[in-house]
Ligand binder design. Structure first.
Ligand code: ATP
Ligand code: MG
Length: 283
């Protein structure tokens, strides 16, 4: 049995549970229960505030955890980062009132910066040799300048719309974050085996995310061109058709490239293009 710490509510909760579900692990969502055992994998979820997850894993109360890399860095937790999970992507940035002229990080010298991430900010300021005052506040950092407790903020940004809504502009992006799977150092043998199984499943899940399976009929004369357009995992699958001048071509592509590729394939004579979702890719 291995215990995994998961955010009980908040931005990472749903996607953490969705990830477990997508790799075939059912755990009950946190209602009033702090702990929930899976029915189909020897794992138990421990639901916590995200701030507590790095230490709980470092201290061994849970052996694994899903948390933002920003929290791991801020808490300086001595844990292994065993997988990047590709969700909860955001950055920690410095932002200043939008009317201010900005000509580089020296702007912050002698200013007050409000943040919930003093450790990461202090490190950045030290690297840039900037002497600024850090005002630690735990929530609603973005209103700091408007209410006069700070000249600038250092906070999480994803789309930037919160900054704009508060009359701020992002001037330095300092730390890139995403949800990560962390593990306690020195896992026992049984836990290591369970973790390896989880990592194998997560990898196939991560690889298949955002992929589409393409099938089409193609004049054989266009095959070389099509293979150049579709660099598949090894090479695209080509199958003969009853009509000898044509073949059927199958390949996996990134969903983001779909329409560009389809247009290129149409231009070299592809017909009957079928696009399908990919559930799992197991390498
Ligand atoms: P808790 O109550 O668990 O302490 P919280 O309010 O501190 O929650 P959330 O806002 O739920 O934290 O954010 C959790 C994590 O999600 C952050 O530490 C960060 O890694 C990521 N995150 C935060 N804001 C965003 C965002 N706008 N877009 C994407 N990811 C984000
Ligand atoms: Mg928190």
């Amino acid at each position: 049995m291995i215990r995994i710490a998961i955010q009980s509510k908040g931005r990472l909760n749903e996607e953490s549970l969705a990830l477990l579900q997508s790799i075939g692990i059912d755990v009950d969502a946190p209602k009033r229960k702090l702990l929930s055992k899976s029915q189909n994998f020897p794992i138990e979820a421990l639901y916590l505030r995200d701030d507590d997850i790095p230490q709980v894993v470092a201290g061994g109360t849970a052996s694994l955890g899903i948390v933002g890399l920003n929290e791991v860095e801020e808490k300086g937790a001595d844990v292994d980062i065993v997988a990047r999970l590709g969700f909860g992507t955001c950055r920690l940035s410095l932002a200043i009132p939008k009317g201010e002229d900005y000509d580089g990080p020296d702007w912050f010298s002698g200013r007050r910066i409000a943040t919930s991430y003093p450790v990461i900010l202090r490190k950045y300021l030290a690297e840039k040799q900037i002497d600024a005052k850090i005002e630690v506040i735990t929530g609603s950092v973005e209103i700091g300048p408007a209410i006069g407790i700070a000249d600038a903020i250092f906070d999480i940004v994803s789309s930037g719309s919160t900054l704009i809504a508060n009359g701020l502009k992002e001037v330095e992006s300092v730390f890139e974050s995403e949800a990560v799977l962390i593990a306690r150092k020195g896992l026992g043998e049984e836990e290591r085996t369970l973790l390896d199984d989880l990592l194998f499943r997560i990898e196939s899940e991560t690889i298949s995310r955002g992929k589409k399976y393409l099938m089409m009929n193609l004049p054989k004369a266009s095959l070389d061109e099509a293979i150049r357009i579709l660099p598949a995992m090894r090479s695209p699958t080509v199958m003969p058709l009853a009509s000898t001048d044509w073949c059927s071509l199958h390949s996996v592509i990134n969903a983001a490239d779909l329409w560009t590729k389809v247009r290129q394939l149409k231009a070299i004579g592809a017909e009957g293009i079928l696009v399908m979702d990919v559930d799992k890719i197991i390498l």
